[in-house]
Design a protein around this ligand. Structure first.
Ligand SMILES: O=C(O)C1=C[C@@H](OP(=O)(O)O)[C@@H](O)[C@H](O)C1
Ligand SMILES: C=C(OP(=O)(O)O)C(=O)O
Length: 437
């Protein structure tokens, strides 16, 4: 794919230690789960301060196409279930079955969470997305739906596009999947499972499932909606059939989107405070406290939020990021600026993210004079003096923010298509400029 025509953003060089308070918008993962659960619930729900970004607007539009209503009320969103749960007023005799379109963009949560809901509608629902979305792994979703008795038309490649032929009900029951390529396969089925006739008894078979905190987030949010979920056996989940309670919810700040700002404090020896950092959370971004701490940061969490201070020390780490893969790009950028080498493991599944993140990080850092090698399940980073140049983002919001972190201390870094950050963080360039003062 040629990306030569995309604009280049001269990444600002820090003139000194970054010292900023950075309020971070709502969590993508919490917002999109809350939208799905609200669309399936027994009445209207209010999401307070959801993330308003491309991924969450795509989710709102997808649920809208399936019959739910999402209305903006200032900073909040009111969600009305509409024809979800399954409509009883199916098409009149002789009328064509409704054919609906869902644009997944590049949102993993939309492409993995919405198809199981489409099975609950009496309609044909076509799923497609961006060019980069058409190479993300989807075979497990298609296979799971067929295993649940839902017909799906695809071209057999195990990717978008495909069409789900819903019949208005999903039988549910026992299902075995391989979720080693993405935890979202598990989450998507769990979120819809209570609406299946027999509920869902899901079992994973295969190499370990990544991103366990995101599965915990799904289970916790289902329970908060009154759904009975048993996750006591490793690699197995039982969702009892039943109603989902509508509820109002405060969306936590997106801790993974705090990563570049916290990294800015660390690599410039400065200080960044993120207000509203939850004391307890299922978000994987909470691990930044330990990961950046291990790289030299001093981190405190109190009622004012999280504060991270750079201490002047910046060391490499050896870290298994299997559970927190979405933190990888920024951590690799920090590692490239450290005084000692780093090894990141457990993240083979990042090859199926917005882009092949392992290849992209190795290529772009090498392009700035770095020394990064891919391993079968991760990256090895050997710090070297870096020089300026173009840092391509491959339609990946987290590649773009990783480039911004490098540009703080490496003169002449130009990040391609900084606006790709609008997937989860619209206005990133402005936030970055404000944080740098
Ligand atoms: O369920 C979610 O909200 C997510 C799960 C993870 O996906 P993978 O398990 O595919 O890494 C994560 O990387 C992604 O950013 C968001
Ligand atoms: C992997 C990510 O996104 P998605 O939800 O599209 O999978 C991510 O945000 O790092």
């Amino acid at each position: 794919m040629t990306t030569a025509q995309l604009p280049l953003w001269p990444a600002p060089l820090a003139s000194g230690p970054v010292d900023a308070v950075v309020p971070v918008p709502g969590s993508k993962s919490v917002t999109n789960r809350a939208l799905v659960l609200a669309a399936l619930a027994d009445g209207p729900s209010l999401l307070r301060r959801p993330l308003r970004a491309r991924d969450t607007r795509l989710m709102a539009a997808a649920l809208g196409a399936l019959g739910a209503g999402v209305e903006e009320l200032g900073e909040d969103w009111r969600v009305t279930p509409g024809t979800l749960p399954p409509s009883t007023d199916s098409a009149a005799p002789g009328a064509a079955r409704p054919a609906l379109d869902v644009d997944c963009g590049l949102a993993g949560t939309v492409m993995r969470f919405v198809p199981p809901l489409a099975g609950l509608l009496d309609a044909d629902v076509r799923f497609d997305g961006d060019p980069h979305a058409r190479v993300r792994p989807m075979a497990t979703v298609v296979g799971a739906l067929r295993g649940l008795g839902v017909a799906v038309d695809d071209d057999g490649r195990g990717t978008l596009p495909f069409t789900v032929h819903g019949t208005g009900a999903v039988r549910g029951g026992d299902l075995v999947i391989d979720a080693s390529a993405s935890s979202q396969f598990v989450s998507g089925l769990l979120l819809a499972g209570a609406r299946f006739g027999e509920g869902l008894a899901l079992r994973h078979e295969g190499p370990p499932v990544p991103s366990q905190p995101h599965i915990d987030m799904s289970v916790e949010m289902l329970r908060a909606a009154g759904v009975v979920v048993d996750d006591s056996a490793p690699g197995a989940w039982r969702v009892e059939p039943g109603r989902l309670r509508a509820r109002d919810l405060d969306v936590e700040p997106d801790l993974s989107n705090a990563a570049p700002f916290l990294a800015a404090a660390l690599v410039t020896g400065g200080r960044v405070r993120v207000p509203g950092w939850p004391r307890r959370t299922t978000q994987p971004g909470d691990a930044l406290r330990w990961l950046l701490g291990a790289m030299g940061a001093a981190v405190t969490l109190d009622d004012e939020g999280l504060e991270l201070r750079g201490t002047g020390e910046l060391r490499g780490i050896d870290a298994d990021l299997h559970d927190v893969g979405e933190l990888t790009p920024v951590l690799v950028a920090v590692a490239a600026l450290a005084s000692t080498p780093s090894t990141f493991r457990g993240i083979a599944h990042l090859r199926g993210h917005e882009t092949d993140r392992l290849a992209a990080l190795a290529r772009e850092l090498d392009g700035l004079g770095g020394d990064v090698t891919e391993t079968p399940d991760g990256l090895e980073v050997r710090p070297r003096p870096l020089h300026g140049g173009v840092f391509r983002s491959y339609a990946d919001h987290r590649m773009a923010t990783a480039g911004a972190v490098l540009g703080l201390v490496v003169p002449g870094v130009e990040v391609e298509d900084i606006e790709t950050t609008s997937k989860t963080l619209p206005g990133f360039a402005g936030m970055w400029a404000r944080a740098l003062g």
